[in-house]
Write a protein that binds this ligand. Structure first.
Ligand SMILES: [Zn+2]
Ligand SMILES: [Zn+2]
Length: 178
C-alpha cells in the first residue's frame, strides 16, 4: 500500500502515478463492500497533491475494470470504471468532534491522513468503492431469471412467464377493490 509523508510534498505540489495490483485491492475492499466483485485489471491512479497551510488538496483520477455479477441474471460481466475526484484533507487536530461528524465521507477522509502520512492507496480504493453500483446489472433492462424455472429470460422466454404476469395482475385487481 502506498503512503506519502507530508514532508515529501514540495511547495509547488506533486504529481504521482501508480498502479495497485488485484491482490492488495481485494484485501482492502473486501471489508468495505457487501457486493461480490473482482478486478480484471490493476487499478491505475494519478493524483495531484498540494499543501495549503495545514490542509492538503488532492485531485486525481482512478481507472480499472471490475468484474461484477448481475443481480438479476447472475451472469458475470466486465465493468470499466473511471472516475475523477477531489479531496481536502485536514490534520487530525482540526477534525470535527464525533458528534458533529456523521459516518460518511468526511470520516473516511480523516482516516487517510494520520501521523503526517497520506494513505494514497486507501484514497484510490475508496474512490473505486464509491463507484461500485449498489445493484449491478449486466445490461440496462436485464430480464433476469425466471423465478419458477430458472431460465435466463434474456436468451428466451419460458412458459411460466404468462402465469406469473397473470397472478400479478389479479393481485393488482384485488388491491383496487379493497
Ligand atoms: Zn443480467
Ligand atoms: Zn420459467
Amino acid at each position: 500500500m502506498f503512503t506519502l509523508k507530508l514532508d515529501e510534498i514540495p511547495e509547488e505540489g506533486l504529481e504521482l502515478e501508480w498502479k495497485e495490483e488485484r491482490a492488495s485491492l481485494l484485501a482492502y475492499l473486501k471489508d468495505l463492500s457487501k457486493i461480490d466483485f473482482d478486478f480484471e485489471t490493476s487499478l491505475q491512479s494519478e493524483v495531484k497533491i498540494k499543501k495549503a497551510g495545514r490542509l492538503v488538496f488532492i485531485s486525481g483520477k482512478v481507472q480499472t475494470v471490475l468484474r461484477l455479477q448481475c443481480v438479476r441474471c447472475l451472469k458475470e460481466f466486465s465493468y470499466p470504471l473511471s472516475t475523477t475526484f477531489e479531496l481536502t484533507l485536514y490534520p487530525s487536530i482540526e477534525a470535527p468532534s464525533e458528534e458533529e461528524t456523521e459516518l460518511g465521507s468526511e470520516e473516511m477522509e480523516l482516516n487517510f491522513f494520520e501521523g503526517g502520512e497520506i494513505h494514497l492507496s486507501e484514497i484510490a480504493c475508496e474512490q473505486v468503492f464509491l463507484e461500485i453500483p449498489y445493484q449491478p446489472l449486466c445490461q440496462e433492462g436485464c430480464k433476469g431469471l425466471c423465478s419458477i424455472c430458472g431460465k435466463d429470460l434474456n436468451l428466451s422466454a419460458c412458459e411460466c412467464v404468462k402465469e406469473e404476469w397473470a397472478s400479478g395482475f389479479s393481485a393488482l385487481n384485488k388491491l383496487k377493490l379493497d
